[in-house]
Design a protein around this ligand. Structure first.
Ligand SMILES: Nc1ncnc2c1ncn2[C@@H]1O[C@H](COP(=O)(O)OP(=O)(O)O)[C@@H](O)[C@H]1O
Ligand SMILES: [Mg+2]
Length: 366
């Protein structure tokens, strides 16, 4: 099915996945008068707390998927790693935005990199690894350091092994537990940036300006706007994101993670067809934030303004960082966003805080 009429407020958006991205999407949807029905395997989820309806079921539960599809007006995703067959099943019953193709590409690092290169956009050099022999050959070709990653289901640096000069290849391979993998050449980047582009049902697009991202232990720690990159690269980064969104005929949001190399090249790391942690800054800096753009795109509405009104540092509250929440409430420029997770665990994303500064007044250390 592919209908092009706008869904009026009062319609119900089905969201696959029920984490914090689903929660913030549901909040944005509510502001525009939509209901949300969220679907995911976890009970007492962040999204469920703010949605009209929640189905707690596995992503392979066909009966639950059909009932869900029949209860909503459109389906989207806050989590892209759901089986193909489940997406195909949903598509038989309801409009699914973004489409199957976008999920298929971004679920698998190998398919994703092949696709990016087919758009004449650079990635790190890479080689498929399905055996210890493959890995030995790939390390010979790509050198050390290099990074071994499972092709599927990786997030927050999980499913990755850094191959250092001294690393034992057999041991590194064993940590992948025979999962299909890809070896990537190490990019000695200056900085990491990301661009989030929204594309509407009729092909209109808007892109938030690039944010500069810092990771700690493989997990995003801060995103800062403006990114400290030359003007020409801002435009180039946006062009890359738009080209990828157009080539995959995306309806919704696409977040593109990019390395800015020491010689001022842009190399795409990975992408996600949904709201992204590195876009949380938009909530307190843009008239229409990433979640609102997402809802607008998925519902067939025109896109909003992505103009930035402030400089901003988004700080993730990971694990026990969240215990500082009362302090942030006393900071006049801090906007606190908590996800309602019942238990705090090391490495778990519990919330974030947006530190807002007047334009041009970002602190030097940020
Ligand atoms: N080829 C690479 N060269 C250098 N650093 C890398 C490379 N791949 C990943 N990294 C670092 O590891 C982080 C997490 O890797 P990424 O591929 O984005 O996986 P995830 O899906 O866990 O976010 C990146 O943001 C970057 O800091
Ligand atoms: Mg990443």
């Amino acid at each position: 099915m592919n209908t092009f009429k706008a869904l009026p407020p009062g319609s119900t958006i089905g969201i696959i996945g029920n984490g914090q991205l689903g929660r913030m999407t549901a909040l944005a949807a509510a502001r525009l008068g939509y209901m949300c029905h969220v679907f995911g395997p976890e009970k007492d989820s962040p999204a469920e707390q703010v949605a009209l309806k929640a189905t707690v079921a596995d992503y392979t539960d066909q009966d639950a998927l059909i009932a869900f599809a029949n209860s909503v007006d459109v389906v989207t995703f806050e989590f892209e790693n759901i089986p193909h067959e489940s997406v195909q099943l949903l598509m038989k019953h309801v409009d699914v935005r973004p489409g199957w193709n976008c999920l298929h590409i971004s679920q698998d690092r190998l398919i994703e990199k092949n696709f990016i290169n087919s758009c004449d956009i650079e990635t790190a050099p890479y080689q498929e690894v399905n055996s210890l022999d493959d890995l030995e050959l790939a390390v010979k070709n790509l050198g050390r350091p290099s990074i071994l990653k499972t092709t599927r289901m990786g997030y927050d640096g999980k499913g990755q092994a850094l191959i250092r000069p001294e690393t034992d290849i057999t041991e590194a391979y064993a940590t992948m537990a025979n999962a299909p993998s890809v070896l990537e050449g190490f990019v000695d980047f200056q900085r990491e940036i990301s661009v989030i582009v929204a594309r509407s049902v009729c092909g209109e697009w808007t892109a938030f300006e690039p944010a500069e991202n810092k990771h700690v232990d493989g997990i995003l720690d801060t995103s800062t706007v403006p990114a400290n990159i030359p003007d020409g690269l801002i435009e180039e980064a946006v062009n890359i994101a738009v080209k990828l969104a157009e080539k995959m005929e995306l309806i919704g949001l696409l977040a593109v993670e990019i390395f800015h190399t020491k010689d001022d090249r842009l190399i795409v790391n990975e992408m996600a067809p949904r709201p992204h942690n590195s876009g949380h800054w938009t909530q307190d800096a843009c008239y229409s934030d990433q979640y609102e753009q997402f809802v607008r795109a998925v519902c067939g509405l025109p896109l909003g303004s992505v103009e930035r009104r402030n400089d901003l540092v988004m700080k993730n509250l990971i694990g026990f960082d969240v215990e500082k929440w009362p302090d942030y409430l006393n900071e006049p420029n801090a906007k606190l966003h908590l996800y309602g997770k019942a238990s705090t665990r090391r490495g778990r994303k519990m919330g974030h805080v947006n530190l807002v500064y007047p334009l041009g007044e970002l602190p030097k250390e940020a």
